[in-house]
Design a protein around this ligand. Structure first.
Ligand code: IMP
Ligand code: MG
Length: 182
């Protein structure tokens, strides 16, 4: 793990190590295996940010009857939420009557998830569950309660393990937090 990384002139320091992330994901995968043993859930990975979490999580559900698919939306420019949620792209599956488990990298204001859940509900799934690697409860502006949370974190900007700053830093195996000038 690098001591410090710099992107766009901003310094980030180590926050959550890859081994810690992986261990937490194993626990969540075990819970999901237990909870959806009978329902052949469809995991829906929200691209781009959730690709790493989705990959590790899904592979840890070995033995569970499940499918995975990928959707894409975008609500973030640089470090400020635009609050705007664009349309859901890439959903080819019929989700009517199915258990859908949304896989998200991070819930910040909750606006993205709130709008996504509302859109998907129109397609009449049996239920929609939310698994997010990271959750910033203090930033929440919508009534959204994730069912599976990797880590609750303070309202700070983070990168790595899929999370980006202007498209970069997604390939860091560990998670880093924006360094505050002290
Ligand atoms: P929300 O709609 O405010 O909950 O934002 C959700 C999306 O914003 C996430 O899927 C991320 O793509 C992005 N996001 C929120 N916080 C961070 C962060 O700290 N680092 C990188 N991306 C973030
Ligand atoms: Mg995202």
């Amino acid at each position: 793990m690098e001591k410090e990384v710099t992107y766009n002139g901003l310094k980030f320091e180590p926050y959550i190590e890859n081994a810690t992330i992986k261990a937490r994901i194993k626990t969540i995968a075990d819970e999901i295996k237990r909870d959806y043993n009978d329902s052949c859930p469809l995991f829906l990975c929200v691209l781009n940010g959730a690709f790493a979490f989705a990959s590790d999580l899904f592979l840890q559900t070995e033995g569970l009857n499940a499918e995975i698919s990928f959707i894409r939306l975008k609500s973030y420019e640089g470090m400020d939420s635009t609050g705007e949620v664009k349309e859901v792209l890439g959903l080819k599956e019929n989700i009517e009557g199915r258990t859908v488990i949304l896989i998200e990298d991070i819930i910040d204001t909750g606006i993205t998830m709130h709008n996504l859940v509302a859109t998907l509900k129109e397609k009449n799934p049996a239920q929609i569950k939310i698994a997010t690697l990271l959750f910033k409860p203090e930033s929440l502006q919508r009534d959204i309660k994730p069912d599976y949370v990797g880590f609750e974190i303070p309202s700070k900007f983070i990168i790595g393990y899929g999370l980006d700053i202007d498209g970069l830093a997604r390939n860091l195996p560990d998670i880093y937090v924006l360094k505050e000038d002290k």
